[in-house]
Design a protein around this ligand. Structure first.
Ligand SMILES: [Zn+2]
Length: 147
């Protein structure tokens, strides 16, 4: 599943997962800093406004430009066991947070709001991990099925 691990152009850790999106452009998903970018997200060369349309203000504020002018954003990981996302009142106090999913009870499965779903986010499990993205992923069991 892991194609390629490289040195992260943003945080310089060696756990930046990359893959080609076409012959010359790559996509970068870093396990160290938790940010992602692509070679298409170059400052001044993409339609930032449209791209960021669905992004929370916090993510826009945290956008980071690397030395090659690529724009990095915090990743949001939606996994079958939970979600990892950047959370906080402002960029100075932003932390990685994780919330686990639990299986729906038979009763809940009958409710219209959970139609066709088997799991729900469990608010009680919300936990913050400061800057530690890996810890947050581990908490939701992200690595459990990786062989
Ligand atoms: Zn990184």
């Amino acid at each position: 599943m892991i194609d390629n691990m490289e040195t992260c152009p943003k945080c310089k850790c060696d756990a930046c997962y990359t893959f080609n999106i076409n012959e010359t452009k790559k996509s970068y998903h870093c396990f160290g800093c938790g940010y992602y970018t692509t070679d298409l997200l170059v400052e001044g060369e993409y339609d930032k406004e449209t791209y960021e349309e669905t992004y929370p203000e916090l993510h826009k504020d945290l956008m980071y430009v690397d030395e090659d002018k690529r724009c990095w954003y915090p990743q949001t990981i939606n996994h079958e066991n939970g979600t990892v996302f950047m959370n906080g009142p402002n960029k100075e106090n932003a932390v990685w947070s994780a919330i686990r999913k639990t299986e729906l009870t038979e009763e809940e499965k009958q409710m219209p709001r959970y139609k066709n779903q088997t799991h729900k986010s469990d608010a009680k499990t919300l936990k913050s991990f400061d800057k530690d993205f890996i810890e947050a992923l581990d908490y939701i069991g992200f690595f459990d099925n990786v062989k």
